[in-house]
Write a protein that binds this ligand. Structure first.
Ligand code: PLP
Length: 499
């Protein structure tokens, strides 16, 4: 039975809270106020059960396996939620002065330092609200970089395996996106790149490991080719989980990258948010970072040992008032603000907590386990589904459902059937260069048992394609809603609000 709305569940006179008797005269707020406040009336248990029922109707990572490729749907440790809800953080107003927000500024500063260490870059902004926003910010910085040099370059190269946000960010920044074809191994072909790269190219956007889960073996050579033409190389860092703590992208020669904190460093991010997409850059791009940047003044008040320092503590101000961490607005070449206030602060707290909890060794261990898990799935399902790009993968593996076409079964049917087995579907029909693509990213947080459960389900579905294809075409059978008309669902939104 469909879940009723709170308005439908309402019964006059029920209430969740009893307030103490008034010790002041009662005031009638008037008919208008009552009308405008026509709220549902329910007991506490009704409300608790309503939301609990709703919370398990949809699939989520706390409920079951969630191998959505390219999205890194790892388990989000609950300690992140504790720290991001500390009253000292949640009670802060973003306009409070530096002297009263030292803890928050310090957290931002230290997170920036950790991201620099992890990526090998020289400077970082924490402002962008998601990966796609980081791309836009980064490409705008590339634009400003060439403007400042007096060079007019109008093309950004994007491989055909790229995430759709890449060409979108390029176009929004006023550049022309030009696609380059991957070779038969799914990698960027240096020869093809050499041909496409001229002095009107500003930048190449690379995803590494790429969306096939393959590490670009020629990353360094690719960067060299671009640099020889005076162009820059942008790294889409959405797949950082594959190599965090193992490899630093700046060492391969990349000029800038974004980091999806909500993916690699764990914030629940199904359903469109919240996210955070810091951008890390080399020294040459630092002047263009969005304003403001969190900095640390000279001085060692808190026992710290080092820090970027371009402001000296003022000896005439009492030490307790002179902020050690401050916001640097004095950045004449900055592209400006890309977001109000200081970015998605609560996501920064979660990422900070995650990194501090794991430490350097823990991060490396996470990356290696993510790669191991993906390769286990690859080895176990090779042959059950087509594997168009052979060889070891990193943190995700892309299969193709073309071998089931002979039974009239599409990848969509496989994805829908998985829901009946209590698992979220992999990413499907992406990357575009793989027909009937099934992109599986198990992440490091899954046990051997849950991987085996998934592998068994995928095998069973392949068997069903042969023996009972009708059930696959009907699937899902056990979910609160069956197959939806997705175009209608997005175009004719029914929010079901009874008046
Ligand atoms: C997720 C993803 C993006 C976009 O990041 P958002 O945080 O969702 O905006 C870009 N590129 C790749 C490869 C991704 O997986």
């Amino acid at each position: 039975m469909p879940e009723k709305t709170l308005f439908q569940l309402s019964s006059p006179g029920r209430q969740a809270w009893s307030l103490p008797a008034l010790d002041v005269p009662a005031v009638d707020a008037g008919e208008t106020a009552r009308k405008g406040n026509d709220l549902p009336e329910l007991s506490e248990i009704d409300v608790a059960r309503h939301f609990t029922r709703l919370s398990i109707m949809n699939h989520h990572v706390d409920k079951g396996f969630y191998p959505l490729g390219s999205c890194t749907m790892k388990y989000n440790p609950k300690v992140n939620e504790l720290t991001s809800r500390l009253p000292g953080f949640t009670g802060l107003h973003p306009l409070e002065p530096e002297s009263l927000t030292q803890g928050a500024l310090r957290l931002m500063y230290e997170l920036g330092e950790m991201l620099k260490e992890i990526t090998g870059f020289d400077a970082v902004t924490l402002e962008p609200a998601a990966g796609a926003h980081g791309e836009l910010t980064g490409i705008m910085m590339v634009r400003k970089y060439f403007e400042k040099r007096g060079e007019s370059r109008d093309v950004v190269l994007v491989p055909d395996s790229a995430h759709g946000t890449n060409p979108a960010s390029v176009t929004l920044s006023g550049f022309k996106a030009v696609q380059i074809k991957s070779n038969e191994r799914g990698e960027i072909d240096p020869v093809e790149l050499e041909r496409a790269c001229s002095n009107c190219v500003a930048c190449l956007m690379v995803t590494n490991p790429n969306t096939l889960g393959i590490f670009e073996p020629e990353a360094k050579r690719i960067c060299d080719i671009m640099h020889r033409q005076g162009a820059l190389v942008y790294l889409d860092g959405a797949n950082l989980n594959a190599y965090v703590g193992v490899h630093r992208p700046a060492d391969a020669g990349f000029d800038l990258m974004h980091i999806n904190l909500h993916k690699t460093f764990s914030t629940p991010h199904g359903g469109g948010g919240p996210g955070s997409g810091p951008v890390a850059v080399t020294k040459a791009l630092e002047p263009f970072l969005p304003r403001p940047v969190v900095r640390r003044a000279e001085g060692q008040r808190d026992g710290g040992t080092e820090g970027q320092s371009d402001r000296t503590l003022d000896p005439s101000i009492p030490r307790s008032l002179d902020p050690l961490f401050y916001l640097d607005f004095d950045r004449p070449d900055s592209i400006g603000r890309v977001m109000g206030f200081h970015g998605q602060f609560a996501v920064l707290v979660r990422a900070y907590t995650y990194i501090r909890m794991l430490g350097a060794a823990g991060l490396k261990d996470a990356a290696e386990s993510a790669v191991l898990n993906a390769n286990y799935v690859r080895a176990e399902l090779d042959g059950v589904y087509d594997l168009p790009y052979k060889g070891r993968c990193l943190h995700e593996v892309v299969f193709s459902g073309t071998n089931l076409k002979q039974y009239g079964i599409k990848t969509l049917d496989v994805a829908k059937r998985l829901l009946d087995y209590g698992m979220h579907a992999p990413t499907i029909y992406f990357p575009l260069i793989v027909p009937e693509a099934l992109m599986i990213e198990p992440t490091e947080t899954e046990s051997r048992e849950s991987l085996d459960g998934f592998i068994a389900a995928m095998r069973q579905i392949a068997d069903e394609a042969r023996t009972n294809p009708e059930i696959l075409r009907q699937a899902p059978i056990t979910t609160p809603v069956r197959r939806l008309d997705e175009a209608k669902a997005s175009r004719e939104l029914d929010v079901c609000y009874p008046v």
